[in-house]
Design a protein around this ligand. Structure first.
Ligand code: MG
Length: 254
């Protein structure tokens, strides 16, 4: 493996437990890694989720934050830290148009109601407008993990049927089942490989200069497109595995 300039990570299940903050140990490792590498975090989640899980728990000096590249919603948005203002600035965002978003949200709600899986008492919003992505959470965006896991066990077939129904009505969009209770809708061709292409273009680097770490690199997993495009990838099962990977990179000075 040639020397890697950028180490890119998936967020949920890779840097942190799903929807949870990164651990102190991971925060320390990230702070060390930022001294030697450019670091990218890419996820289907939106920026506020990055803030809650990652940035708020990262205690590093401002100048090091400039080595961090945040790509929410699969890289349809790109954020860098601006040392002068001390704030995260959006470099670009490729949002769906208002008409597109309204159309998607209407079809999502109507279809979920027709399928009988629109929640009566959701935990937070069911259909969320993330600008470049519409996300349907069948228990609501703030549902507890245990409830979501139970839903997945019992009703995943219903979710997949709903996905197919929505897909039929929105052939011009990508309709994916993500996580355990979610359906994500984006423009066609938006996945983590798309985000990686955008990152490489922004940094003017090639595939061989990137190393990707993710927990769903299996075929059909949401990290798989990165591996399939030919970026060296390391599969992990949880953030503890990722911590070992980062420790090894730091030790080897790779
Ligand atoms: Mg993951």
């Amino acid at each position: 493996m040639s020397k890697k300039k950028v180490i890119a990570f998936d967020l949920d299940g890779t840097l942190a437990v799903s929807k949870s903050p990164i651990s102190d140990r991971m925060a320390e490792l990230m702070s060390s890694l930022l001294q030697t590498h450019q670091v990218c975090v890419i996820s289907g989640g939106a920026f506020p989720q990055f803030q809650k899980q990652f940035i708020d728990n990262l205690h590093v000096e401002h100048h090091l934050l400039q080595n961090l590249h945040l790509m929410p919603t699969c890289g349809t948005r790109y954020y860098r830290f601006d040392d002068i203002s001390g704030e995260w600035k959006i470099i670009y965002s490729e949002d769906l148009s208002k008409d597109e978003r309204e159309k998607i949200m209407k079809i999502a709600e109507k279809s979920a109601k027709e399928q009988g899986i629109w929640p009566e008492n959701p935990h937070g919003e069911v259909v969320e407008d993330r600008g470049s992505q519409i996300s349907i959470s069948l228990l609501g965006q703030q549902a507890p993990t245990e409830e979501k896991d139970a839903f997945f066990e019992k009703h995943n077939d219903k979710r997949l049927t709903l996905r197919a129904k929505i897909d039929e009505q929105l052939p011009e969009f990508e309709v994916r089942a993500g996580g355990t209770t979610t359906i994500d809708i984006t423009r066609l061709g938006i996945d983590k490989a798309y985000g990686m292409e955008k990152l490489m273009a922004a940094l003017e680097i090639g595939k061989d200069e990137v190393l990707f770490v993710g927990d769903r690199l299996d075929e059909g997993g949401n990290d798989y497109p990165v591996k399939a495009m030919g970026i060296d990838s390391i599969a992990v099962e949880d953030w503890e595995d990722t911590a070992l990977v980062v420790e090894t990179i730091l030790k080897l000075g790779e």
